[in-house]
Design a protein around this ligand. Structure first.
Ligand code: GLN
Length: 452
């Protein structure tokens, strides 16, 4: 493992029980030596398999699972998420839960009840969000791999900020059973790893049919047995779309295009619709669904309760004290767009826009296998830089349309900025075409040969 901080998932899967025990001891020591990173909320191993860090919104039986929120303090998960059961069956162990933006709402991991997580490459910068803890611990070599969740970019953007690989599967590929819901029609769990091959391995393990999730696609095909970086693909680039990205990102984009050409892929230019429509459609859809999903946190059924004189006052006090500002803002926005006077004007319009976005992608995929896109408009922001919520929402412009269209996408590191920060890009594939996504990503990863 010359030059690397920790072994890969592929390597770890070959270790004996004794070697794995030793590996976990070593990891614990390294984690304890870097408390200021604050990527893990706690370390709490289950089973004797390969350790995998788990975002704090995925149920692991008998763990405290809190979605980074005060309102869920005291809640203990009574069951495993389907992804956790699949991991255990494949010889992986949930190992520590990772920090996140409260209820996965955010892009910086600054809104967690447990305080902010640092970027492993620079303590003044955010790790991205909402799966910032998972990205930071993998980027820092404190985890072999991690699970995150992606509603509007929360796996891919922190992966890009921390110099790791993050993959969001096609909607329905991975069971959402046991993932605490933010926006149910957008949420997917996915792998966050040190390289593309590990992402494919972890994706194969966690994906597949599950009768406990009615939105599951019930598909069980696997990518690793057919992984082939030598396929020659047609890849769309988006010259207009990248204009809003910083110089660092645009340079990475050019570098990736050259690398793909050198590998014999065919590059074609395409146009995407204006991202301002994506942002509006996403923030209406996501907040509307979040309002409904978060209604269950009332102090009666889960976690923390603040007693009032009567039931209504208990609800109000519990929610007022338990939720942070960003969560409250979204509950208000979601209720507004669903209210009878505004439902047609906002919610219904957002659903129509969502269809147009989906059609836009379908049209592009008539001619190409993959699309190359930025992940974020900039490198990792400094703490506080996205304190204005509108600025934060706008920074999601490159990731959210993919969730609205339900497509799979993978973010991988391409270059370093002048400050030495990682710059990632993503490849996007057609629905259920994870095979092509991983084949093309592996080809790009090899062509780039990114040095950590
Ligand atoms: N930043 C986006 C939001 O705040 C995406 C979050 C996510 O993917 N969970 O909604």
């Amino acid at each position: 493992m010359k030059g690397r901080l920790v072994i890969t998932l592929k390597e770890a899967l070959k270790l004996s029980k004794e070697e794995l025990t030793q590996l976990k001891e070593d990891l614990k020591k390294k984690i304890e030596a870097r408390p200021e990173l604050n990527g893990y909320i706690d370390v709490n191993n289950v089973g004797d398999g390969v350790p995998i860090a788990i975002k704090d919104n995925i149920q692991v039986k008998d763990w405290s699972v809190t979605s980074g929120s005060k309102i869920l303090q005291g809640y203990i998960a009574p069951y495993n998420a389907t992804v956790i059961n699949k991991m255990l069956q494949a010889g992986l162990s949930p190992f520590g839960r990772t920090n996140m933006d409260e209820f996965a709402m955010g892009s910086t991991t600054e809104s967690s009840f447990y305080g902010k997580t640092q970027n492993p490459h620079n303590p003044e910068r955010v790790p991205g969000g909402s799966s910032g803890g998972s990205a930071a611990v993998v980027g820092a070599g404190l985890a072999i791999a991690a699970l995150g969740s992606d509603t509007g970019g929360s796996i891919r953007q922190p992966a890009s900020f921390c110099g790791i690989v993050g993959m969001k599967p096609t909607y329905g590929r991975v069971s959402r059973y046991g993932l605490s819901s933010y926006a149910s029609s957008l949420d997917q769990i996915g792998p966050m790893t040190q390289n593309v091959e590990d992402a494919a391995i972890l994706y194969d393990i966690i994906s597949g049919s599950d009768e406990k999730d009615s939105t599951n696609a019930q598909k069980d095909d696997k990518v690793v047995p057919n992984l082939n970086p030598d396929r020659k693909l047609t890849i769309a680039i988006l010259p207009d779309f990248i204009k809003d990205a910083s110089d660092d990102v645009q340079q990475a984009y050019q570098k990736a295009i050259e690398a793909l050409k050198a590998k014999g892929h065919t590059i074609v230019e395409k146009t995407m619709m204006d991202a301002k429509f994506d942002i509006s459609a996403y923030y209406i859809t996501a907040t509307a669904e979040a309002t409904t999903n978060l209604a269950r946190y009332d102090g009666i059924r889960y976690g923390n309760r603040v007693e009032g004189k009567n039931l209504e006052e208990t609800f109000i006090k519990t929610r007022s004290e338990g939720f942070g500002d960003e969560v409250k803002r979204r509950i208000l926005l979601g209720n507004f767009v669903l209210s009878s006077g505004y439902y047609e004007a906002y919610y219904v319009k957002a659903q129509k826009t969502r269809h147009i976005i989906k059609d836009n992608y379908a049209k592009i995929f008539e001619d190409v296998d993959l699309i190359l896109s930025p992940v974020a408009p900039t490198i990792a922001n400094k703490f506080g830089e996205l304190a204005n919520p509108m600025d934060m929402y706008l920074s999601d412009l490159y990731t959210i349309s993919i969730n609205l269209a339900g497509l799979p996408a993978l973010s991988l590191p391409i270059s370093k900025s002048k400050e030495g920060m990682p710059v990632g890009l993503q490849l996007i594939a057609n629905a259920y075409d994870e095979q092509t996504l991983f084949d093309g990503s592996l080809s790009l990863e090899r062509a780039i040969n990114y040095q950590k």
